[in-house]
Design a protein around this ligand. Structure first.
Ligand SMILES: Nc1ncnc2c1ncn2[C@@H]1O[C@H](COP(=O)(O)OP(=O)(O)OP(=O)(O)O)[C@@H](O)[C@H]1O
Ligand SMILES: [Mg+2]
Length: 348
């Protein structure tokens, strides 16, 4: 490392941010993922003054007193509340920004591909206001692929399926660019809602989103398992209005999840159908890589593989891939540019 690099290495940092609908993660180069908190903000009704952000705000989400409201500003993959999103970004960044860094950091943000140009600019602005000297906004899929250690700058096709809370993004990447990309506004949140709907319809029991998420994480699965798991839940009887307990098993949760899971599988098939044949051949050989919290659902990679006939691999640390990839973006791009220059020089 040159003296100059060594000197400045200690004074500045590259930061990667995964601005997710469920969780916002921050990766600092050389330190790894330093912050992972729910994308939730609690504000005072009327004045909109921020009372709590992240984990503290999430605890208030379903139990807020009248004058405080807890919001998820990025619900369903879109920025539902721009002003609050900005405040949230600034809060998370200021928490990890070190006063020791004399030179302002460069920031790379992974955002859902379906956000609008106006939203993109607002997010960028928020990052600048939080103290960035340079901000780059990249697609979540691209960041996820880098974070999953996929050699995206190779002249070969790679498919990445990122199932987040609010969105599922399916992309085919080659030579560092997106060849095909499809996004649907459906992810882990929709899985929870499907469970709520099922329990209400079949058992006349009203349950909250947190209970549904616990059912999904603890006993949910996408393809049959050898053993059947059970879990006791509590909710409100839809007819009597009284609290009631109920035991649910994993077969039932799988049935409840069928509709949103099918939607994901169909979108993957559709994307494979849009992929140029040479790249499709690469994907068959290398397999589809899954990232995002939604892909941790038991049996989902197995089901997707069965339905598509293509091997499916769950990335290491699926929840961290976008943040890691955003944080390592500059290193990746730099390596690529160096290779490109060498390639150009050699091919004369
Ligand atoms: N073990 C698990 N099993 C099933 N689902 C899980 C598990 N762990 C997390 N999830 C789900 O993953 C989702 C959150 O994933 P993630 O943090 O990747 O989303 P996000 O990046 O915030 O959202 P998006 O990418 O849509 O903006 C939630 O719906 C959560 O319930
Ligand atoms: Mg995400």
């Amino acid at each position: 490392m040159s003296g100059r690099k060594k000197l400045f290495g200690g004074l500045t940092a590259d930061i990667g941010i995964d601005l997710g609908t469920c969780n916002t993660l921050i990766y600092v180069r050389g330190r790894g993922v330093v912050s992972s908190e729910p994308s939730v903000v609690a504000v005072e009704r009327g004045t909109k003054k921020v009372v709590a952000v992240g984990q503290d705000a999430k605890r208030m989400l379903w139990k807020t007193p009248g004058d405080i409201i807890a919001i998820r500003p990025l619900r369903d993959g879109v920025i539902a509340d721009l002003e609050t999103t900005e405040k949230m970004i600034r809060y998370f960044i200021s928490k990890v920004l070190s006063k020791r860094w004399i030179i302002k950091p460069r920031m790379v943000m992974g955002v859902p591909s379906c956000i609008t140009e106006v939203e993109r600019r607002a997010v960028e602005e928020a990052a600048y206001k939080s103290g960035a000297r340079e901000v780059k906004i990249i697609e979540e899929s691209l960041a996820a692929a880098i974070g999953a250690q996929i050699p995206i700058f190779e002249p070969a096709g790679h498919m990445i399926v990122d199932i987040g809370g609010g969105t599922t993004e399916i992309s085919v990447i080659s030579l560092g660019g997106m060849v095909v990309t499809n996004a649907i506004r459906l992810g882990g949140d929709a899985f929870d809602l499907a469970i709520i709907k099922h329990v209400r319809t079949v058992h006349n029991l009203i349950i909250g989103e947190q209970t549904a998420e616990q059912l999904k994480m603890k006993i949910g699965n996408a393809s049959p398992e050898k053993t059947i798991d059970k879990m006791e839940i509590k909710g409100t009887d839809a007819i009597t209005g009284l609290p009631r307990r109920l035991e649910i098993d994993s077969v039932e949760v799988r049935e409840a999840l069928q509709e949103p899971i099918n939607a994901v599988v169909e979108e993957v098939k559709r994307t494979l159908g849009q992929t140029p044949p040479e790249l499709a051949a690469d994907i068959v050989e290398r397999g589809i890589v899954m990232t995002g919290g939604g892909s941790i659902l038991k049996g989902l990679p197995k089901l997707l593989s069965k339905e598509t006939g293509v091997p499916v691999i769950l990335a290491e640390d699926p929840l961290l891939c976008v943040a890691i990839g955003a944080g390592q973006y500059y290193d990746f791009a730099k390596g690529h540019n160096d290779n490109r220059a060498l390639y150009d020089a050699l091919s004369g």
